[in-house]
Design a binder for this molecule. Structure first.
Ligand code: FES
Ligand SMILES: [Fe+2]
Length: 441
């Protein structure tokens, strides 16, 4: 927390008369049958700054997949909130998450997304670091005093780094719960996601495709588990599929609206959530067309487990990670109204090359930079970010399905896939963290 408290946040006054000075506790309002979020959460720079310190700097944040740094000397770069980091595997095979900030005058020392190197050389004045963060030496050393070597300069190390099923998380807070405790109930969905690989291992064999949009990071957070928008935002894609004779648009819509089947939106503890559809989702390769693959999964895990594993899900792990069937998606907040999203297509170890190719082709068709799906979502983020500047009507309704929200034995709030249970879980957690309640508990 840096010089700002939840109780002293003030509206900067955009939106004109009628905008109230809300403190954080007033921005998420839960009443019987109604759940509202104030638009200030998308537009106020002071709230954004508080999110960086109270959410990103005190949470387990996803930084990379192990397959992105498989060998000693491999590295990739990422971010924790707005703080750039390097994920490196040192010569002994240990993974480090280092702040990408030179000890001299603050430049990033590594500008590449991914690579292999024993050392990093700062591009500004040439200071050199080992891939474990140790300072090897300052360029033109003679300009520094004799005791320079004892100053303890190095690349800072993020104190907590843990991995679950290949997913590397880091936490800046010195005292934090173990990763397994934080993940809790979402682990069984991560397991199912990994077990879609016959060998139980997902890999990120290539780089990312990235998009950015002039909007708040939470728009992407809410959208990946939003089962309500498909019939509208993705109507054009459904129509294309119909025109090409592949699927009928009405069937796609019917599957989304189906009641009484495995067709859920779930809000999990800790702000996690998922969309879960046995009938599939647009952009996801339909495994029913590949009996050999299904047999591999049945052989590896048994028939009952196969059904669980092959249920299609978009899994969100608060605050920055999505596991889609075809890819890992990482949300990177930049400014209150600017966000980067990194999309890492995956392959499934043990599946045939043909299967992985077809799966990626389907991914490209819906999620790729020139695809029929994702660009429509991004356009909607811009629509939302523009609209929320209207100060006279500042509330957003996230009440869909609240009256029928049920909590199951895992503590999951379960609703129809078009309900807003995941979004409510996100904002319950957001509110708790922004008020520092999670930290105090
Ligand atoms: S800022 Fe890195 S060497 Fe000067
Ligand atoms: Fe979408």
């Amino acid at each position: 927390m840096r010089g700002i408290t939840a109780m002293t946040l003030q509206s900067p006054g955009f939106g004109g008369a009628g905008v109230l000075d809300h403190n954080v506790s007033d921005l998420v309002v839960e009443e019987p049958g109604r759940f509202r979020v104030h638009s200030d959460v998308y537009v106020r720079p002071d709230i954004f700054a508080l999110e960086m310190s109270r959410i990103f700097e005190t949470s387990w944040v996803f930084v990379a997949h192990e397959s992105m740094v498989p060998n000693p000397g491999d590295y990739c770069t990422g971010a924790i909130g707005r703080q750039p980091v390097i994920i490196s595997r040192d010569d002994h095979g240990e993974v480090h998450v280092l702040f990408n900030r030179c000890a001299h005058r603050g430049s990033v020392v590594c500008r590449d997304e991914r690579g292999h190197a024993a050392t990093f050389r700062c591009p500004y004045h040439g200071w050199m670091y080992r891939n474990d963060g140790t300072l090897i030496g300052a360029a033109q050393r003679s300009g520094y005093p004799k005791d320079f070597d004892t100053w303890g300069l190095r690349l800072g190390a993020v104190p907590n780094v843990e991995t679950y099923r290949g997913l590397i998380f880091a936490n800046i807070a010195p005292d934090c719960e173990p990763l397994s405790e934080r993940l809790g109930g979402v682990r069984r969905y991560v397991d199912a996601w990994c077990d879609r690989a016959p060998d139980g291992e997902v890999t990120v064999p290539i780089g990312a495709h990235r998009y950015d949009y002039p909007g708040n990071w939470k728009l992407q957070m809410e959208n990946g588990v939003d089962g309500y928008h498909g019939n509208y935002v993705h109507e054009s894609y459904a129509n294309i599929l119909e025109r090409s004779g592949e699927r009928k648009a009405a069937d796609i819509s019917r599957a989304r609206n189906r009641v009484g089947a495995k067709n859920y939106a779930k809000g999990l503890p800790h702000g996690d959530g998922l969309l879960e559809r046995a009938d599939g989702m647009l952009g996801t390769y339909d495994t029913k067309s590949n009996p050999e693959y299904r047999q591999q999964i049945a052989d590896a895990y048994g028939d009952e487990r196969m059904e669980e594993v092959l249920t299609q899900r978009n899994i969100f792990i608060f605050p920055n990670l999505y596991l889609f069937e075809s890819h890992i998606r990482v949300i990177r907040p930049v400014e209150v109204d600017k966000t980067y999203v990194d999309v890492y297509p995956t392959t499934l170890v043990g599946a045939s090359d043909e299967f992985n190719r077809d799966r990626l082709t389907e991914h490209q068709r819906f999620f790729g930079p020139a695809s029929f799906g994702q660009p429509d979502d991004i356009e909607i983020f811009v629509c939302a970010q523009t609209g929320v500047n209207v100060g006279a009507t500042p509330w957003m309704e996230l009440s869909r399905g609240l009256a029928r929200e049920e909590v199951n034995e895992y503590g999951e709030s379960v609703g129809h896939s078009t309900d807003e249970n995941p979004q409510r879980s996100i904002y319950r957690e957001w509110r708790k963290r922004m008020l520092n309640e999670a930290v105090k508990a």
